[in-house]
Design a protein around this ligand. Structure first.
Ligand SMILES: NC(=O)c1ccc[n+]([C@@H]2O[C@H](COP(=O)([O-])OP(=O)(O)OC[C@H]3O[C@@H](n4cnc5c(N)ncnc54)[C@H](O)[C@@H]3O)[C@@H](O)[C@H]2O)c1
Length: 260
């Protein structure tokens, strides 16, 4: 899809990848609506882009509705909805035990994507056009030891995107799932990796990531990744599940997990 002239909503647009994508979408000619839970970040990005924004917790269905209404009232029906907001969360053992963390991650990484789809799909189907993009993670392809809630909810985000693609592509709705490896944002840096950690060497800048995602959208490719061969872990898993599980555990013993 060409973004020029399209109405695009970006969640988690106050920082990191969401901010870089909001800026890139605007540079491509889209009319962008930015939303984030951090009010100052929303104002900064919206003011810079000369566009509208809403500070909102996207885990609340009423917030999703309010963002969609802002987009419609300001620019018209939503053409592209990028569900990107996310949190990294703590490592084991806290993350396995913490019910409130599981609840937050489920609502943020999965249900907010579903609520957005519910909100914009009727109009997209009626027009036979539209695009749902969700940010999951490479951990949805390969699992991240030490982060149960993050790994499981990002995998569920990929499953939801797959389901939406299968169900709605025949009606003209495009769907992409963005499964990046490490990216140089505050989320990655919050891991406090040592300066020589491989995740930092592999990490792409937000601007490089914006190139990758806009190219994926232009090609209308379902799976968008930042690391060459990232999707091979799906093939490895399918080829020999037991070997794959052993290998994933080995990775934990050898080196700390990379990415978020
Ligand atoms: N940085 C990485 O290495 C990496 C790797 C793979 C996937 N991801 C995913 O990429 C996405 C963007 O992350 P980032 O690296 O740009 O991190 P980031 O922390 O810079 O940006 C995330 C944004 O989401 C917002 N947000 C969090 N909770 C929210 C809520 N309830 N409602 C609305 N907004 C909320 C934050 O305020 C922040 O602006 C996330 O979904 C993350 O899981 C990141």
């Amino acid at each position: 899809m060409k973004l020029d002239g399209k109405v695009a909503v970006v969640t988690g647009a106050g920082n990191g990848i969401g901010e870089a994508l909001a800026r890139r979408f605007a540079a491509e000619g889209a009319r962008v609506v930015v939303t984030d839970i951090e009010p100052e970040a929303v104002s900064r990005v919206a003011d810079d882009l000369g566009t509208v924004g809403l500070a909102a917790d996207i885990t609340e269905p009423a917030s999703v509705r309010a963002v969609a209404e802002l987009a419609r009232d300001s620019y018209g029906e939503v053409d592209v909805w990028l569900s990107n907001a996310g949190v990294a969360g703590p490592r084991q053992p806290r993350d396995l035990q913490d019910d409130s963390l599981w609840d937050l991650m489920w609502r943020l990484h999965v249900l907010s994507h579903l609520t957005a789809a519910r909100e914009v799909l009727p109009s997209m189907i009626a027009r036979g056009d539209g695009y749902l993009v969700s940010t999951a993670s490479s951990v949805a392809l390969a699992i991240q030891p030490e982060k149960a809630a993050y790994s499981v909810t990002k995998t569920a985000a990929l499953a939801l995107a797959e389901w939406l693609a299968v169900q709605y592509r025949p009606f003209g709705v495009k769907v992409s799932c963005f499964c990046p490896g490490p990216m140089l944002t505050r989320m990655l840096l919050s891991n406090e990796f040592a300066p020589d950690h491989p995740a930092l060497a592999q990490a792409l800048t937000p601007e490089q990531v914006a190139d990758v995602v806009t190219a994926g959208i232009a090609a209308e490719r379902f799976l968008i990744t930042t690391q060459p061969g990232a999707e091979h872990s799906l093939a490895d898993k399918a080829a020999d599940y037991d070997a794959w599980i052993g290998q994933a555990g080995h990775f934990l013993a050898d080196s700390p997990p990379v990415g978020n």
